[in-house]
Write a protein that binds this ligand. Structure first.
Ligand SMILES: *[C@@H]1O[C@H](CO)[C@@H](O)[C@H](O)[C@H]1NC(C)=O
Ligand SMILES: *[C@@H]1O[C@H](CO)[C@@H](O)[C@H](O)[C@H]1NC(C)=O
Length: 331
């Protein structure tokens, strides 16, 4: 989907939020209700918040609508850095974002105080979703459908990099075959691991590379034992220089790796690892240490960027269209 079908939805939600908020000010509604379980315990409805701007916004809108229209107490929980965290929170796991132990316990029934999660980017986590359904059939989350709009993510390449690569070698860098490190050396047109000031980055021990779900899936599909450490359920990605993970395409010569750059705790990592290895791309992953640095680094270094729409701090840069077929998500 395009940016243009995305934008009006956000405006509409903001408008709804404003109207709901202004009503709240004049509303003298009586006591709000709680949920009550079979044992007579009462608790508010819990909304799991995804920790990005539209995650916070849509969670607040749902909270206001439930309070105003259904008369229930609603608490916001989280936030979670990855869509995955919400899966675990809704399953009743006590530490959804802890990569080493999500705290899901035995597959018996248990009460969860988290009931709703919106702005969910699911498409790369189907295996985890299916596993939760299988292991915890009574308390795994259910997908109630599209909330009314779509999002798309992709890998973006700066236009300047594309021009230089085309002038020098006649490769256009908009198709995976131009990144095959057996034939090309695209890393020379990008920033490499040694170039980047690591004070802008998260150590890889704090990223999605530490998630067994991410790395087990990677290992199952690629068989790349050199790219991982440990064994399931403590399988992690192998770190290089504390901040990077290197794809097989440049692992023996890290200085030829191009930097693939993302935010959160490694948004898009699930997808990138597989594509980099399947397409033999010379890639080093790097994760911004804050949202501000996520916007700052691409202005200073030539990186391949994981992004969803060219808004905000990167709006003034000249970037090529998405490369390597992004994914489309229904919200
Ligand atoms: C890296 O960035 C930090 C923070 O901006 C700065 O203090 C430091 O001098 C930089 N290091 C190098 C080698 O440029
Ligand atoms: C990369 O190039 C090599 C050598 O030409 C070829 O054998 C291999 O199939 C290519 N890989 C992909 C993913 O296209």
């Amino acid at each position: 989907m395009s940016f243009f079908s995305f934008f009006p939805v956000r405006i509409l939600l903001w408008f709804v939020a404003r109207v709901a908020l202004s009503r709240l000010c004049f509303d003298s509604r009586p006591e709000l209700k709680d949920l009550i379980d079979a044992a007579g315990n009462s608790y508010p409805i819990g909304i799991w918040v995804n920790d990005w701007a539209t995650g916070h916004l849509t969670a607040r809108v749902v909270q206001i609508v439930i309070k105003e229209k259904l008369g229930y107490n609603v608490e916001l929980k989280g936030p979670g850095a990855l869509t995955l965290d919400g899966f675990f929170a809704l399953t009743g796991c006590t530490s959804p974002g802890d990569p080493t132990d999500h705290g899901c316990g035995d597959p018996v029934d248990r009460v969860t105080d988290v009931h709703i999660n919106v702005e969910v980017w699911t498409s790369f986590y189907q295996l985890v979703w299916d596993e939760l359904q299988r292991k915890y059939p009574d308390r795994a989350p259910r997908n109630l459908g599209n909330m009314g709009y779509y999002g798309s993510t992709a890998f973006y390449v700066p236009s300047g990099v594309q021009e230089r690569a085309y002038d020098a070698e006649g490769i256009n860098l908009d198709f995976y075959r131009d990144y095959n490190s057996s034939r090309e050396n695209p890393g020379r047109h990008f920033a490499n691991p040694g170039d980047i000031n690591v004070s802008y980055l998260l150590p890889c021990t704090e990223t999605a590379l530490m998630l067994n779900e991410v790395m087990s899936n990677y290992l199952d599909l690629t068989g790349d034992l050199e790219g991982v450490s440990g064994t399931a359920p403590d399988l992690t990605g192998k770190c290089y220089d504390a901040y990077f993970w290197l794809a097989p395409g440049c692992r023996t010569q890290p200085s030829t790796c191009l930097i693939w750059f993302t935010g959160g705790n490694g948004w898009g990592m699930f997808e990138l690892l597989l594509k980099a290895t399947a397409y033999n791309m010379p890639v080093a992953t790097a994760v911004a240490s804050s949202f501000a640095n996520y916007g700052l680094v691409p202005n200073s270094y030539d990186v391949m960027l994981y992004w969803w729409a060219l808004l905000g701090p990167l709006g003034n840069l000249d970037w090529s269209n998405q490369v390597l077929a992004g994914s489309c998500e229904s919200m």
